[in-house]
Design a protein around this ligand. Sequence first.
Ligand code: AQP
Length: 382
Amino acid sequence: MNAISPRVFSGVQPTGNLHLGNYLGAIKKFVALQESQDCIYCVVDLHSITAQLVHEDLKGQIRSITAAFLAAGIDPKRHIVFNQSRVSGHAELAWIFNCVARIGWMNRMTQFKDKAGKDRENASLGLLAYPSLMAADILLYRATHVPVGDDQKQHIELTRDIAIKFNNDFSDRIAAAGLGTPIPMGEETVNGYFPLTEPMIEGPATRIMSLKDGSKKMSKSDPSDLSRINLTDDADQIARKIKKAKTDPDALPSETAGLAGRAEADNLVGIYAALAETTKAEVLTEFGGRQFSEFKPALAEPRGRKARPDQRRDAPADRRSRPYRRGLEGRRRAGRRHRREDDGRCEGDRRLPAVTRRLRGQAVAGLAIRRYVGPEGPAGEP
Ligand code: AQP
């Protein structure tokens, strides 16, 4: 008997700047779950080469995602934070799962259809097999729960399909090796090895949409920077992007039913609700009947947004991660320098502190990686 303990696993691809969708759909939940669960969080660099093999600065991106994890409040002293390719078991188990999963399952994945587009024959085999690697990431640690955005729901279902087929096909061998545990699967209970992992997708912001097109999800790889709010954007940039966000000419409705068929309005109200930690209904109670010209400034101003715990000025010093505190010092210094150098602000000047912060964040993350993961791989593989 080999009981399965509750365990949370999730990952983020180092494919570009993290955006509000990544934060609200995933990272914010990662942080909250640390209080009650045993968590493993991973920067999934092997996934990032499925759509594009060569990246300009993959190492820098890995560090910058790690910095964002730490800055958001993930505590690598209490939980495991690591880089996927440092643990060869991910690729090894993915190969076994490639032999368990069926091609028809992969062909049905909407993310594959979206990313491969019309030119499927030219998509990489890795892009097609992406969900198999994701199943391996999760099941290598026999994780029972995965906090993700809504776009990943189908991949978690496929992870369960792989676990079910593996447990069924190898039930006798698993029992003979003394590695199994009774797992209910439909009507039957099977002596299985892998759990049937549950996705954790809830709240008003499980799928944040592009600010330019309410039918497309906000994405790191969207060529338009105006389509997303990056976590590195400063207050001016955020306000500008919200101001330019696509909307319709009508006033906001007073009830959530009135958001049907109004994708852009629904998206902005959902973002407000998630940031203010309330519901869409509450937001519409306050803003129903008002025009976007009133709502957008309210969304852009910090009152409508709740700062991350480590960003709050009033947060006790010990709640702020060291890398984040150092980031703050850097930002203050950059701000002072910026003010000294700045009369007659131009666009480039305004962006200086954000760029400085990002570079600094990468350097800080580099230190963090060496400290928690080590040059040879994760200290104490899970
Ligand atoms: N728009 C979104 N709304 C809510 N959640 C989202 N996530 C991504 N986009 C949204 C969630 O963020 C986590 C990390 O995602 P990822 O980077 O590993 O992969 P992705 O889903 O493919 O994200 P992107 O931003 O769209 O990246 P690219 O452009 O590189 O493909 C996941 O939990 C995801 O659900």
